[in-house]
Design a binder for this molecule. Structure first.
Ligand code: ADP
Ligand code: TRP
Length: 329
């Protein structure tokens, strides 16, 4: 039986962080052995908010390098750059005719971006979810490993796919967000304010490119409180977040010790953060070093991107042929 198709993308708008790792890349690495996987760098999407492209090439290479450094194998998956697959743009065009201004204006991310940059409300920003749907549907993907912030975009992708199928005949399967834990996840910023993200408070964001000392400093400053006042209390979100990070990088014995301390009201957050900082340094260091090496090897990166684009175009071409036939006859 053919393997299920998996697709996901990351925008090259800055340094990758633990939110990207936990919401997206950790799943990619596990999925590459079980599924037919397509992972890409969404450089067209970054143009909706980052029109200055002087650093774009470097940022694209960094995302490719960091994905490989996290364990993605370019021989097992298609790892490519969005703009190398023009079939996506053609599908975006057809899907644009099936998407409505009203629904696009209502999406949370659009409203948020309008609030942040009222002077750059371009049509690409409005139709961002349409391009995202084209990314997914061009490979007829069914599983999309993403963080919780992408739920609305996933719902819109299903709406567009359904409308297309309804109007032009069954062409696309329905895609769903995916995380191995079941629920889609959200890693909070270390200051407890909102999600960890590429552009927000850099001192509260753990980047995969952070030096050891920066990692230690950021973790020691993470928001905590005076501790639980009754046994087995429910954890507030910023404390839960520290435990979530610890579960990624520490041994299960270490996690259990601090869980027990928390439940017994004897937890010392200073000790927990020291332990977390050391384990985080050991986790990030090899990724940082491998990614830096790869970024210096432009030839290898070019070869990897070319190989990825060839694989992605083969699959995209099959879909676009079906789409043209369905729409244009
Ligand atoms: P950012 O939001 O930092 O700009 P992207 O939008 O490019 O990053 O997101 C790439 C992937 O990482 C998406 O699947 C997104 O859901 C996931 N992601 C981003 N931030 C987080 C977070 N704080 N927690 C969980 N997943 C996240
Ligand atoms: N919008 C996604 C984000 O901000 C990035 C993205 C673009 C994406 N196209 C996609 C994610 C297709 C999954 C599938 O994180």
């Amino acid at each position: 039986m053919a393997k299920e198709v998996v697709l996901s993308g990351i925008r090259p708008t800055g340094f990758l962080h633990l939110g990207n790792y936990f919401g997206a890349m950790r799943n990619y690495v596990r999925m590459q052995d079980e599924y037919d996987c397509y992972f890409f760098v969404a450089n067209w999407h970054s143009l909706t908010t980052h029109p200055d492209t002087r650093e774009l090439g470097v940022a694209v290479n960094r995302v490719v390098a960091e994905n490989i450094a996290c364990g993605l194998d370019p021989d097992k998956v298609a790892l490519y750059v969005q703009s190398d697959v023009p079939e996506i743009a053609e599908l975006y065009l057809y899907l644009n005719m099936l998407s409505y201004k009203g629904e696009l204006e209502k999406t949370t991310t659009f409203k948020e971006k309008v609030r942040l940059s009222p002077d750059n409300v371009n049509a690409g920003l409005l139709t961002y979810p349409v391009l995202q749907a084209a990314d997914i549907l061009i490979h007829r993907a069914v599983k999309v490993p993403v963080g919780k912030d992408q739920e609305q975009n996933m719902e819109m992708a299903r709406n567009f796919a359904q409308r297309f199928n309804h109007r032009y005949g069954e062409t696309f399967p329905m895609p769903y967000g995916f995380n191995y834990g079941g629920e889609l996840v959200k890693i909070l910023s270390l200051d407890g304010n909102g999600k960890m993200s590429k552009s927000e408070n850099q001192l509260a964001t753990l980047y995969l490119a952070d030096e050891d000392e920066a990692i230690r400093k950021k973790i020691m400053k993470a928001k905590t409180d005076s501790g639980p006042t009754e046994p087995n209390a429910v954890k507030v979100d910023y404390i839960e977040n520290l435990f979530t990070l610890m579960k990624i990088v520490s041994t299960s014995d270490v996690v259990k010790k601090f869980e027990d301390d928390f439940n017994g009201c004897s937890i010392r957050y200073g000790d927990m953060k020291k332990q977390l900082a050391e384990d985080m340094v050991n986790f990030i260091k090899p990724i940082r070093e491998k990614a830096a090496d790869l970024q210096n090897n432009k030839e290898l990166l070019d070869r990897i991107k070319k190989q990825g684009a060839d694989k992605a175009r083969a699959s995209a071409n099959e879909t676009i042929k079906l789409v043209r036939k369905a729409v244009l006859g």
